[in-house]
Design a protein around this ligand. Structure first.
Ligand SMILES: Nc1nc2c(ncn2[C@@H]2O[C@H](COP(=O)(O)OP(=O)(O)OP(=O)(O)O)[C@@H](O)[C@H]2O)c(=O)[nH]1
Ligand SMILES: [Zn+2]
Length: 362
């Protein structure tokens, strides 16, 4: 029978449940757990979860470093919930918004024994749901009964996590002609991943010759810069300058990758902006939230280029990491085309930090 959800479909379901604040059951060979995202946790659900066993807050080692909490599990730390912990406590550990005004006192009791596989999976799911990377985890014996009794999604993580690490196949759903300011000969393609993740777009200008390196731009979505004209970054001007240059040359391809905020999502990018108003730079803000500097998966961009028949590109970028990621994925970057536009008084520090910490070329 093919009616039951496949593993990638179960992952998508678990991700959606966590985003809604619904708990999921994660099963592993080391034991099973009930898991709920820290973000949006209700007092009732925290109480019901805590009644089933000792609750732990799983956070990333990046967030743990800010809190001066020990992380014994490499990239993950398991913090024991104090008996009287409320949702406000969980929120304060997971979310750095009030770190400066109400510093968390600790000391935090971090678990060292036992296995952290379900905790790591919980954080990976929270990240892919574009939530704060933190989840409340309670190890349980009777996971199957709990899932059945409450209609919860149960995910076997030993088999599911490799799927999460794999790049989901991308389907070219539809493409249609869209005349653009930059070129009358515009064509927009919609790519939909098999895993229920966000759709990505490709804007093809003219009819680029597939046997030659194509002028290409991998643009990461930035709703503030692309749509609202935010001056905090250079994304909007870069988007329009790239399309304009492709229009002038009569051919090119711009991928519009839905990797908002370097892959951390809309809400988390706004949280990062709020931290930047407290004096942290773009990289420090990501770390305080518990993210790496850059959480984007550039395999998506490479896969779309290949799907469209492009094997070699003249890449419009100032980011050497993007060039390296493309080469690793078998896309030949024959030239880098600098894209230096949109500098203003509000983004000079942002651009300087990217040059200093992320190796962007000036
Ligand atoms: N997390 C986070 N993301 C940001 C911030 N400012 C912009 N972004 C996101 O960063 C992405 C653009 O990344 P950039 O580093 O400017 O550009 P790049 O694409 O790596 O490099 P270029 O090809 O040279 O433009 C978009 O997804 C933006 O939403 C910020 O302060 N924090
Ligand atoms: Zn931007």
């Amino acid at each position: 029978m093919s009616l039951a959800p496949s593993l990638p479909e179960l992952i998508a379901r678990a991700r959606a449940d966590l985003r809604m604040g619904v708990p999921v059951v994660l099963r592993s060979r080391h034991g099973d757990a009930l898991v709920i995202a820290a973000e949006g946790l209700s007092p009732e659900r925290l109480a019901d979860m805590s009644a089933l066993g000792d609750a732990v807050l799983a956070i990333t080692s990046r967030r743990a470093a800010t809190l001066n909490a020990r992380a014994y599990d490499g990239d993950v730390a398991r913090i024991k919930l104090p008996t009287a912990a409320t949702t406000l406590w969980v929120e304060a550990v997971a979310n750095p918004a009030d770190d400066l005004t109400h510093p968390m006192k600790g000391p935090f009791v971090t678990l060292r024994d036992g296995d952290a596989a379900v905790h790591r999976a919980a954080i990976a799911l929270a990240k892919s749901a574009r939530l704060l990377p933190a989840a409340v985890v309670v190890l349980v014996e009777n996971a199957t009964d709990i899932a059945a009794a409450h209609g919860l999604t149960a995910l076997p993580i030993d088999r599911a996590m490799p799927h999460m690490a794999d790049l989901a196949p991308l389907n070219d759903v539809i493409h249609a002609r869209v005349p653009l300011v930059a070129s009358n000969a515009g064509r927009v393609h919609v790519f939909r991943p098999d895993d229920g993740g966000e759709e990505h777009f490709a804007v093809e200008i003219g009819r680029p010759d597939r046997s030659k390196p194509v002028l290409a731009r991998l643009h990461s979505a930035c709703f503030t810069g692309d749509l609202f004209g935010s001056l905090k970054c250079d994304c909007g001007p870069q988007l329009h300058a790239a399309l304009a240059q492709m229009g002038e040359e009569g051919a090119g391809v711009l991928l519009y990758l839905n990797q908002e905020g370097r892959g951390i999502g809309h809400a988390n990018k706004m949280r990062a902006y709020s931290l930047q108003d407290q004096g942290f730079d773009t990289v420090e803000a990501n770390h305080r939230l518990g993210f790496e500097d850059d959480e984007r998966d550039f395999r998506i961009g490479a896969a779309i280029l290949k799907e469209m028949g492009f094997g070699a590109v003249r890449l419009m970028t100032n980011n050497p990491a993007k060039i390296a990621r493309m080469q690793e994925q078998g896309i030949d970057v024959t030239a880098r085309v600098p894209l230096k536009v949109g500098e203003n008084t509000h983004n000079t520090d942002y651009l300087a930090t990217k040059a200093k910490k992320s190796g962007h070329l000036l």
